[in-house]
Design a protein around this ligand. Structure first.
Ligand code: PRX
Length: 599
């Protein structure tokens, strides 16, 4: 396989300075600070062990550790208590600032309120909010009392909510009046749900089991003794999609904070004078780990933006808050590229010094465009909900190869192997695996140990489900998923979930769902459906099916394309053969069809 060209990271070179089109910025290629947090890769990689990270983390006696204590409490005594922890930008662009002291006090009040409601260590408390300050405060509060935080993406519809809240037997959901309706639709199916806490509730309209967030915290003490959790006690439970079945609950523990802290320090390269913006919603793993715990453990100032994507608004956030480090996603970058260069040049963006991306393949074209308009290389990195932290990354101290995910971080041994778990030669395609032992690895799947064991079916390895290859110099290159999981705009979607939602529509008898390559979104969801008796295909019907799925699941999880078929290819056991659907779609050979039902 041919290697792509290297784009040296800023600290190793300067490129030709392109002229800024309109006004202002003279020198687009900025220099990386002479020192990065991780200055020398090779030696650190050879010598680092996770034991070395102990000194960076605050432990209680007997080796107990609480991630929220590390994220917030310890900054009250390390000189950062009056430092801004959170710049919360609402959808209208208004900024609210919270110091570490303020986050601490607010989280303690909420922690006390949860305790007063009977929440104990190990109980599941879910947060179903847009990116408002209470989302961050509540997450810290839940972790501080040793309960398990369940992040929920605010765009989830009733079906997506039900799957998660039922499986986890959640006791409390913290939400707002606008999102509560979706919860109301499924409350009857949630026997374990005791309370719904509503931020900004109209108190006259509170129903049974509903409580006002503001009333709950009023009068609570801002003193709270942090729960001395064991490193292996669960911290958060995040549901993610696989090929089969409903979303599964990935369990992460308090010891994850070691991985959050070190990777944030190395990969995001955060330091005290940074203003850091992670565009991911905490409903996804990037937003929880690198939007809350990792940066706060490092004492960084975090920006959250409630608004939707829009090129000018995003650039405005960067300019107004003087964002220095920006962690975003390939789809967002492709959309920014599509929005054009002029809107870039209408903003200063001078504060930026480090840009990163995760979640899906980052096209070399986008990296090159980033160099041109931002004057900075975009640092891709690879990880998953299950891995709990970045494992492979283009570190600031290493040259970037556009299109590559980078190299394994110190303390991480990643490899490309064959079916038997044997490493293949450089340049050869294989399965992307990692040696277990990094601190943030998932500890189990919630109440489904068998599913957890499937990650280790290649003896000696954790198998990511991704295919990749490694070049002669140890850079990893993503090839695709080894299973049917769809990655649309960086969101992981299981075909089964979409198929289940589709067949709930009265006109759909059968559905098979695949990811179809798309220039902007990486993949879009395409559904093949068989209509129920008495229905005929029309644009109106297909639009209605799309809208229905969007409402039930989430805006990112509906099929943008639906094709009506007389029948779907199935195995003799009745399983829809998505592999064949994909081959049809892409015009590829259909391969072995000997197990087909109709043969
Ligand atoms: O297929 C890989 C893709 O996203 C999957 C993980 O999705 P999720 O658990 O939602 O976590 C996303 C954010 C951490 C992976 O199995 N993926 C993630 N990062 C990259 C990627 N694909 C290509 N390049 C990446 N840098």
């Amino acid at each position: 396989m041919k290697l792509a060209q290297e784009t040296p990271s800023k600290n190793t070179t300067e490129e030709k300075t392109p002229e800024k089109k309109k006004t202002g910025r003279k020198e687009l290629i900025k220099k990386f600070p002479v020192k990065c947090n991780l200055e020398e890769y090779a030696t650190t990689y050879d010598t680092f062990t996770w034991e070395d990270a102990r000194s960076e983390i605050s432990y209680f006696q007997d080796g107990k550790v609480n991630a929220a204590y590390n994220a917030v409490d310890r900054h009250l005594t390390d000189g950062r208590k009056n430092k801004v922890a959170l710049y919360s930008v609402d959808a209208a662009g208004q900024v609210q600032k919270f110091t570490f002291q303020e986050i601490h006090d607010a989280a303690n009040k909420m922690g006390n309120a949860l305790k007063a409601l009977g929440i104990k260590k190990g109980d599941r408390v879910f947060v179903f909010l847009p990116r408002v300050p209470e989302l961050y405060i509540a997450t810290i509060a839940i972790a501080k009392i040793g309960a398990i935080a369940g992040p929920l993406f605010s765009a989830f519809g009733p079906d997506a909510l039900k799957d998660r809240l039922q499986d986890s037997e959640a006791k409390i959901v913290i939400t707002n009046p606008a999102l509560k309706d979706k919860l109301d639709a499924i409350k009857k199916d949630l026997p374990d749900l005791e309370h719904v806490v509503i931020v900004g509730a109209d108190k006259k309209k509170l129903g049974k089991g509903e409580l006002s967030y503001e009333d709950l915290v009023t009068g609570q003490s801002s003193e709270l003794t942090c729960e001395k959790t064991d490193p292996e006690d669960p911290l958060y439970l995040l549901y993610t999609s696989g090929t089969t079945g409903k979303p599964k609950g990935v369990v992460h523990v308090h010891a994850d904070i070691i991985g959050h802290h070190m990777t944030t320090k190395w990969v995001l390269d955060l330091r005290d004078d940074d203003i850091y913006w992670c565009t991911a919603d905490p409903g996804w793993v990037t937003g929880t780990v690198y939007g809350i715990f990792g940066p706060w453990s490092n004492g960084a100032s975090v920006v959250s933006y409630e608004g939707r994507f829009d090129a000018a608004s995003w650039y405005k956030v960067i300019d107004e808050l003087k964002v220095t480090v920006w962690y975003t996603a390939p789809t967002a970058l492709r959309m920014l590229m599509k929005a054009g260069d002029d809107v870039v040049y209408e903003h200063s963006l001078d504060s930026l010094r480090h840009i990163l991306s995760v979640g899906e393949p980052l096209n070399p074209e986008v990296v090159r465009w980033g160099m041109k308009v931002y004057g900075l290389p975009i640092h891709d990195n690879w990880w998953q909900t299950e891995t709990g932290m970045q494992l492979i990354a283009n570190l600031p101290c290493n040259p970037i190869r556009p299109g590559s995910m980078g190299k394994p971080l110190p303390g991480v041994y990643a490899a490309v192997v064959n079916e038997n778990g044997e490493e293949v030669a450089p340049g050869e395609l294989g399965k992307l695996v990692v040696k277990p032992g990094w601190p943030s690895m998932l500890r189990t799947i919630w109440r489904n140990e068998a599913k957890y064991q499937e990650y280790f079916k290649i003896p000696g390895w954790y198998f990511s489900g991704d295919n990749a290859w490694k070049d002669e110099d140890g850079y990893f290159w993503f090839v695709g998923r080894a299973d049917d999981v769809i990655n649309t705009s960086g969101h992981r979607v299981g075909p089964f979930e979409v198929e289940s939602a589709l067949v709930e529509h009265k006109a759909v008898a059968e559905a098979g769902v695949i990811g179809k390559p798309d220039k902007e979104r990486g993949e879009i969801i395409k559904a093949f459906v068989v209509l129920a008796n008495g229905y005929t295909a029309s644009d109106e019907l297909l639009d209605d099916i799309k809208e229905f799925t969007k409402k039930q699941l989430a805006a990112h999880a509906y099929p943008r394309e639906i094709e009506v078929k007389a029948s779907l290819p199935k195995t003799r056991s009745g399983k829809i053969m998505r592999r064949l659907l994909k081959a049809w779609e892409l015009g590829l050979p259909t391969g072995d069809t000997s197990s087909l039902e109709d043969d």
